[in-house]
Write a protein that binds this ligand. Structure first.
Ligand code: DOR
Ligand code: ZN
Ligand code: ZN
Length: 420
């Protein structure tokens, strides 16, 4: 198959090229390739998007999502590879659950699914999980996502063991004693609504701890879903002094501010919470200057039953796979903070590099994982159109640019836009 006359996002710029795909790989990249092909004039080809932080809910919470529906949402959102968090039931803290996810995802056969193992058994924060066995079964990282490992000694041990097996810890940073039941960011809007707030320090203290552990042990660490201006600053300073820290943020942290909670819409409830304009701007600046390496969705699908309750009782999380690319492109590239090449780094190359995954670049010999987008196509986000079972989005009705037209995984079309 040949893709003709596309705007191809390479590592050092965007070039008009033809792409020949053969045996699941990119066989040739040239200004003109002889033969029949699909006319991609006006379309932009990105290296297959990689989301290193999603929740697929299977096993255990298939009412919210399963590997089939989550994979369908992924390819519809342009993702060719996703890494799924271990807070399932049972927890992915052993080789059996990890290999179940690997095998079920292969059976579904849409995108590449890479499981993340828990740091501690049952995510209970007491004993380390079987790290070596999980790695052998296909785990690509470790995380306690949903909470932090409270015991600092145990966290240090986790980083040491993880490094022995060539894995990184992906840290959800939250001091539960400071959150203390808070459900939104503490500030003007928590006061206005009467919803219990949580201060930045609840996140920042653990970001600082993970940085200090990484620094002391000379090991890498990755900070999940950064939401505070002060967290961005901690990471920037750590990078400047050579700490091996990488970090991610999510579209909701650079597109929204806490005024959205005044609606009491539980789809705005997410952990960490949506913060203030000062934070939002710092997140954009952190992405721009390289402090924040990746854009992830933290795709956290929930059932209507989990969200159609009082704000304080609702589940935390946003269903993000099908809106991430368009929100990021619209806010950051059209907004002037990032180039297309930088967007491709945040959504493909950097996650591949951080977790040592295949993909991340359009190059001869690489797997033909490609995301073909019409950047000029405006559309309105409508959760009724989601492939995900989770319709929980605060972005319903938002007008965005950038529609995924085709998603190729190993050279096969796994998603095609309805009128393409
Ligand atoms: O909003 C969130 N939802 N944050 C988390 O850390 C966990 C996630 C979930 O699993 O629903
Ligand atoms: Zn988390
Ligand atoms: Zn998460």
């Amino acid at each position: 198959m040949i893709l003709k006359n596309a705007d191809v996002v390479l590592g050092d710029g965007v070039k008009k090229l033809d792409i020949r795909i053969e045996n699941g790989k990119i066989a040739e990249l040239a200004e003109h390739i002889e033969g029949e092909g699909a006319d991609c004039t006006g379309l932009t080809v990105f290296p297959g998007l990689i989301d290193m932080h999603v929740h697929l809910r299977e096993p255990g919470y298939e009412k919210k999502e399963d590997i089939a529906s989550g994979s369908a949402a992924a390819v519809k959102g342009g993702f060719t590879q996703i890494c799924c968090m271990p807070n399932t039931n049972p927890v992915a803290d052993n080789k059996v659950v990890i290999s179940y996810i690997v095998h079920r995802a292969r059976e579904v056969g849409l995108c590449k699914v890479r499981p993340i193992g828990a740091i501690t058994q049952g995510q209970e924060g007491k004993n380390l999980a079987a790290i070596g066995a999980m790695k052998a079964a296909g785990a690509v990282a470790l995380s306690e996502d949903g909470k932090s490992v409270v015991n600092s000694g145990l966290m240090a041990n986790a980083m040491l063991y993880a490094a022995d097996f060539g894995l990184k810890c992906l840290c959800h940073c939250e001091d539960a004693s400071l959150v203390d039941g808070g459900v939104v960011h503490e500030g003007y809007y928590s006061t206005l609504t009467g919803l219990k707030g949580s201060i930045r320090a609840a996140e920042d203290i653990v970001i600082a701890r993970e940085i200090l552990l990484a620094e002391s042990l000379s090991l890498p660490v990755h900070i999940c879903h950064v939401s505070t201006y002060s967290g961005v600053q901690l990471i920037r300073e750590a990078k400047a002094r050579g700490v091996q820290v990488t970090a991610e943020t999510c579209p909701h942290y650079f597109t929204l501010t806490d005024e959205v909670i005044a609606t009491f819409d539980t789809n705005t409830k997410v952990n960490p919470p949506i913060r203030e304009e000062r934070d939002r701007r710092a997140i954009v600046e952190g992405l721009r200057d390289g402090t924040l390496d990746c854009i992830v969705t933290d795709h956290a699908p929930h059932h209507l039953d989990d969200k159609n309750v009082e704000y304080a009782q609702a589940a935390f999380g946003i269903s993000g796979l099908e809106t991430s690319f368009a929100l990021s492109y619209t806010q950051l590239v059209k907004g002037g903070a990032l180039t297309l090449v930088q967007l491709a780094q945040k959504m493909s190359a950097n996650p591949a590099h951080i977790l040592d995954l295949e993909g991340g670049a359009i190059a001869v010999g690489a797997p033909a994982d490609l995301t073909v987008v019409d950047l000029n196509r405006a559309w309105t986000i409508d959760p009724a159109d989601f492939a995900s079972k989770g319709r929980n989005t605060p972005f319903a009705g938002r007008e965005v640019y950038g529609k995924v037209i085709y998603t190729f995984v190993d050279g096969e079309i796994k998603y095609r836009e309805a009128d393409a």
